[in-house]
Design a protein around this ligand. Structure first.
Ligand code: PHE
Length: 339
């Protein structure tokens, strides 16, 4: 063969001493570049050699080709920068960086409590429905067996809406969530069980009364629902809603829309086992009055059920040990941040 052999050994040494991937790429190109690579050209020359001599040269070339290729691979591995070093050196992503904490809001304690209520009753199969806060006099009172002349209308200290509407269409800010019972009965087929959370309004203001407060009403209507079912549901719900040990006391109470009517008081121990005080009334309840069932479009000979109305704010106050209901509503974040 005419052409002098390039110094393959010199190439090998350069590869072994290469100090960067760029240098390595350059050597690789010098050797194996498609047009002018030294090895590429040598391989091409083989074709011009006589068939008798060719195998000898081919064998030697192939040996060098293999050696050099392998050396290139090894050097490439040696010069490959570990991934984490690449990240750090390019400053693209520093997973150790602490960003200033961004403040996140949370639900108001009352709303959070009502969601909890929906969950607890939801697990017992209760639907959730709501009604309007501006309600007709008829649904707020009359349909609930509270006739015009009845003293219960005064007892509720109603806010009346000034409007041209007269008679049964007169409007009030609802004084309780009970009108939703009628609305629900008129639009659903029994048997049913549902709760009705929401805002209600009465002209009251002191440490335990606010002119706007929250109730959640509920009822369960079927063919054979009794006070025993009511007691079981009330106790199951309250034990999940108030932390710590709770004692119960049912007393008879009067509400025109239930018969018999009961009031339920609770006394509880906080999680730290300290007595939290005296009996506190938190719910009015009883068997739905036959007149109310009839007003909702149900036949009281066929259907019966229990109803209850909880004071939600009071329960949230118990839960969070908040002494004054008036601190709940101004929206002062210094107060609200505590929960
Ligand atoms: N609506 C009554 C109230 O606001 C509570 C109640 C609801 C009582 C349902 C009995 C049954 O005081």
């Amino acid at each position: 063969m005419a052409m002098a052999d390039p110094s393959w050994k010199a190439f090998l040494e350069r590869i072994e001493h290469a100090e960067s991937r760029e240098e390595l790429l350059r050597i690789e190109h010098e050797l194996f570049g498609r047009k002018s690579g030294v090895m590429t050209l040598k391989m091409k020359e083989l074709q011009a050699i006589s068939p008798e001599e060719r195998p000898k040269y081919a064998k030697e070339l192939n040996t060098w080709k293999q050696k050099l290729s392998q050396a290139l691979e090894e050097a490439a591995a040696r010069l490959t920068i570990p991934a984490d070093t690449v990240l750090a050196s390019h400053d693209t992503l520093d997973v150790t960086l602490d960003l200033p904490e961004r403040e996140r809001g949370h639900l108001h304690p009352i709303q959070e409590f009502l969601r909890h209520v929906e969950e607890v009753f939801g697990r017992m199969g209760f639907d959730v429905a709501t009604g309007p806060e501006v309600e007709t006099e008829e649904l707020n009172f009359t349909m609930l067996n509270i006739p015009e002349s009845h003293p219960a209308r005064d007892a509720q200290d109603t806010f009346w809406i000034k409007s041209a509407k007269k008679g049964k269409d007169r409007l009030v800010l609802r004084t309780h969530t009970s009108p939703v019972q009628i609305r629900y009965m008129r639009t659903h087929k029994p048997p049913f069980r549902a709760i009705f959370p929401g805002k209600v309004y009465r002209k009251d203001a002191d440490a335990t009364h606010s002119p706007m407060f929250h109730q959640f009403e509920g009822f369960m209507v079927g063919k054979d629902i009794t006070l025993a079912n009511m007691k079981a549901v009330m106790i199951a719900a309250i034990t999940q809603l108030i932390p710590g040990e709770v004692e119960f006391r049912f007393r008879t109470g009067y509400f025109p829309f239930v018969e018999p009517g009961l009031e339920l008081d609770v006394r509880w121990q906080g999680e730290d086992k300290t007595k939290e005080g005296d009996w506190l009334e938190i719910v009015g309840c009883g068997m739905v009055h036959p007149t109310v069932l009839r007003n909702g479009g149900l036949d009281p000979e066929e259907w019966q059920g229990f109803a209850f109305g909880f004071g939600a704010d009071r329960m949230a106050m118990i839960r969070h040990q908040i002494p004054d209901i008036r601190s709940l509503f101004p929206g002062d974040v210094r107060f609200l941040r505590q929960f």
